[in-house]
Design a protein around this ligand. Structure first.
Ligand SMILES: N[C@@H](CCC(=O)N[C@@H](CS)C(=O)NCC(=O)O)C(=O)O
Length: 223
């Protein structure tokens, strides 16, 4: 059986979640860097494979998948020794899926809405977008109250994708102290992920993006 191929860029948050899961599963990808900062994702060969031209994109023996959370679900189903990371119990899985969709459509979306225009084009910070992001972190805080992990009584791919989002916020110096359930869960998840090269694959790359953001803020006078 040939090795699945992952097209990625190390600092990209959705790519980071895939690399962390691969480490947890002991899965070796054939890794191919697509430098989206240089527009490499727009090359005809890549667009022919993924018309949405985004990373991460995976090709597992002709099965081409993008959308990081879909890739996470597939990899657990295809390569994990148990269903622990994506439970097959339908009521638990329903909660995992809800958290994955919440992260995709609301939490991570609001993070990018607030930070990325400044980070990439030096646009001024938008306080309405900051408020919407803060609202979403508040919803996560309510979800986490009384729970050790996001969706099950143990770590799942819901924690993984939310961890990448929240750790990115932390690196951006977003004030997490008012959200004590999120903060406690974040510390628990970091400890859980430490043996899986968390620092190298996620934390250091979150800081890299945050440094890009801060550099742009300094250039534009923090407006
Ligand atoms: N929802 C997607 C987001 C993918 C995404 O936006 N990737 C960015 C990098 S973080 C990208 O490839 N941008 C280049 C482009 O869209 O052309 C996922 O979770 O995989």
């Amino acid at each position: 059986m040939s090795t699945p191929v992952l097209y990625y860029l190390p600092p990209s948050p959705p790519c980071r979640s895939i690399l962390l899961l691969a480490k947890m599963l002991g899965l070796d990808f054939e890794l191919k860097i697509v430098n989206i900062m240089e527009g490499e994702q727009l090359k005809p060969n890549f667009v022919a494979m993924n018309p949405q031209h985004c990373v991460p994109t995976m090709n597992d023996q002709g099965l081409v998948l993008w959308e990081s959370r879909a890739i996470l679900s597939y990899l657990v189903a295809a390569y994990a020794k148990s269903d622990e990371l994506y439970p097959t119990d339908i009521r638990v899985r329903a909660l995992v899926d809800q958290r994955l969709h919440f992260d995709l459509g609301t939490l991570y979306q609001r993070l990018t809405d607030f930070y990325f225009p400044t980070m990439f084009i030096g646009a001024p910070l938008d306080e309405v977008k900051r408020a919407r992001l803060t609202e979403a972190v508040g919803w996560l805080n309510a979800i986490m109250e009384g729970r050790e992990y996001a969706a099950a009584d143990h770590f799942t791919i819901a924690d993984l994708t939310l961890l990448v989002t929240i750790s990115q916020l932390e690196a951006f110096d977003f004030e997490l102290r008012p959200f004590k359930h999120v903060k406690q869960w974040l510390d628990r998840c970091k400890e859980h992920m430490a043996p899986f090269d968390y620092e190298e694959l996620n934390a250091s790359k979150a800081v890299m993006l945050a440094d890009m953001f801060r550099a742009k803020m300094n250039q534009t006078g923090g407006s």
